[in-house]
Design a protein around this ligand. Structure first.
Ligand SMILES: C[S@@+](CC[C@H](N)C(=O)[O-])C[C@H]1O[C@@H](n2cnc3c(N)ncnc32)[C@H](O)[C@@H]1O
Length: 231
């Protein structure tokens, strides 16, 4: 990250934020996302939130340097605690593990509202996050994938619709409903190939230890079929 310019991962989150939104950026650290979105005039206002004092100080300094103190409020809080009733329309939670993101969503009743958009960028365990969303009535409307320094990251755009869903292992790992006619991006194909290689390594380890590995085998085969069908 250079200065206050978001990298490709944060840009893909920024793309899902709606024009005119009142954004809560959870785990803001340097407040790169809210500062950039306010500077672009894309959001009306923002709450830059972080649980830790150091990131909040960095965020306050960045907001003040950018002359955006009227537009962005820095709040030290766990997740979205204390932000109910603040008129938040869009919530971004990026740069944390999928399980922590799920916990933050589950602790905030006000996001269980179809009008609130969630923009979620898990650094790890995207499958745990997709499962949480599916089982708790959140629909994923769109996903994107980005690359920073050779690492690939998903960004999910979701909102509450109250319908619970059960995801297959493939849908949990890679996203739901990838329509057959949709061209698959080279980045996504690379992600699939990396996952398949990791699964095969895991299968070999489990087999050597005499442990069952049918689930991993089946998922690796499904990835292979998907890659074959789409390329
Ligand atoms: C790796 S940084 C991510 C910064 C930025 N969102 C990004 O994606 O580049 C993670 C930030 O999340 C904050 N964080 C961790 N747990 C949190 C929680 N429960 N509530 C709010 N912030 C949290 C950390 O203090 C840290 O500043």
């Amino acid at each position: 990250m250079t200065g206050l310019i978001p990298d490709a991962r944060l840009r893909s989150a920024a793309d899902f934020v709606r024009p005119g939104a009142c954004l809560a950026d959870v785990g803001c650290d340097h407040a790169i996302l809210p500062v950039w979105l306010c500077r672009q005039g894309k959001v009306r206002c923002a709450y830059a939130c972080d649980i830790a004092a150091g990131p909040c100080e960095r965020a306050r300094a960045a907001v003040s340097r950018a002359g955006l103190s009227d537009c962005i409020r820095v709040v030290q809080t766990d997740g979205l605690q204390g932000l109910e009733g603040c008129g938040i329309t869009d919530v971004s939670i990026c740069g944390m593990g999928g399980e922590l993101i799920a916990r933050i969503i589950s602790d905030a009743c006000f996001v269980r509202d179809p009008a609130v958009r969630l923009i979620l960028g898990p650094m790890s365990k995207p499958a745990a996050l997709r499962r949480y969303l599916a089982e708790n009535g959140f629909a994923v409307a769109a996903e994107s994938i980005s690359e920073v320094s050779g690492k690939l990251y998903f960004c999910l755009c979701a909102s509450f619709d109250g319908r619970t869903r059960t995801l297959s292992p493939f849908a949990a790992e890679f996203g739901e409903d990838i329509p057959a006619e949709t061209p698959v991006s080279p980045l996504f194909l690379r992600y699939l190939a990396q996952k398949k290689a990791a699964l095969l390594r895991r299968c070999r380890g489990l087999a050597q230890a005499g442990l069952p590995h049918e689930g991993e085998d089946a998922l690796a085969e499904e990835i292979e079929r998907f890659i074959h069908d789409r390329t």
